[in-house]
Design a binder for this molecule. Structure first.
Ligand code: 0O2
Length: 266
């Protein structure tokens, strides 16, 4: 097949990956804006390279003209989470969406692969609009923790290096590190609450600080310089104390001051 034709075939896959990356990143943003912990830590997307498509087709004995209907992972999204529980929250979130239709699911976390690979895979059908009309594209969404991703990335590079035949001693090391990853994920899950409290504190603080700074910036336009300097000094003092309640109270007071200026038509 000509390279130009391949590029044409891959265009809608490219679009699907771009759109889904944007949508999942927006989910992170929505959680953070509402001061909540996001079950998604990071989103990565890729369209399989032509050479990997051909390699996989050859491995699975798929004829060139059947590739599009036979390969479900030409478009791929990887969602990285902090905790195992988050993976299932994301799965639920995907199941509830109206723009992604689930085709199949594989839970390699409950049923770890023999290699030691763990991840949750979902194939969704996702509709894109192109110049030639609309097209439903299969997209493989891999959902895993940071630790699972670390292991899979290393193992994938070794598979590549050894052409899928990783030597036995290295395979054994990979198996034992996979066990270590399970322990790590379980340990992290057991202090999930503690970590989330710390992260929520950070998100709430960062939202309230950003609100305060915005209000101070607006007050610059209307309030007198002495008042602004006093407000700023008060803010720095509270910021150093890191007391969320005091910062929130200060934020409300600033809102009242701003409101006062607005009421005077200033
Ligand atoms: P790449 O380079 O990541 O794209 P199936 O027909 O369903 O049995 P398939 O299509 O290989 O076989 O599906 P499977 O097993 O769900 O794997 C799909 C993808 O999951 C792989 O894509 C890998 O990305 C990842 N994966 C599966 N098993 C392993 C593993 O043992 N180690 C690592 N590191 N990743 C794995 P590709 O096309 O194989 O690779």
């Amino acid at each position: 097949m000509e390279l130009q034709l391949w590029k044409e075939i891959l265009t809608p896959y490219d679009l699907a990956v771009d759109e889904l990356q944007l949508k999942f990143n927006h989910i992170i943003k929505e959680y953070k804006q509402s001061g909540k912990y996001s079950p998604i830590e990071q989103v990565i997307g890729r369209v399989k390279s032509i050479s990997s498509i051909l390699e996989k087709a050859q491995k699975k004995n798929i004829e060139i003209d059947k590739i599009e209907v036979s390969l479900d992972d030409i478009a791929g999204i990887r969602i990285i989470c902090q905790f195992i529980d988050d993976i299932y929250t994301v799965v639920k979130l995907i199941r509830e969406r109206s723009d992604m239709k689930i085709k199949s699911e594989k839970d390699y976390i409950t049923n770890m692969k023999r290699s030691g690979y763990r991840s949750y895979h979902i194939i969704v059908m996702y509709k894109v609009e192109t110049l030639t009309g609309s097209k439903s594209i299969p997209v493989e969404i891999q959902i895993r923790t940071l630790a699972m991703n670390f292991w899979a990335t290393i193992e994938h590079s070794l598979q590549y290096k050894y052409h899928q035949n990783i030597p036995k001693p290295i395979r054994e090391r990979l198996n034992s590190s996979s066990e270590a990853i399970i322990t790590l994920d379980n340990e992290m899950s057991s202090i999930h609450g503690e970590i989330m409290d710390a992260q929520n504190f950070y998100i709430i603080k960062s939202n309230v600080v950003s609100d305060i700074l915005n209000t101070i910036q607006n007050l610059y336009k209307v309030a007198n310089k002495r008042e602004i300097v006093k407000i700023q000094d008060e803010f720095y003092e509270l910021y150093e104390k890191s007391d969320i309640e005091q910062l929130e109270r200060f934020n409300r007071q600033l809102d009242i001051i701003s409101e006062g200026y607005r009421a005077q038509g200033i």
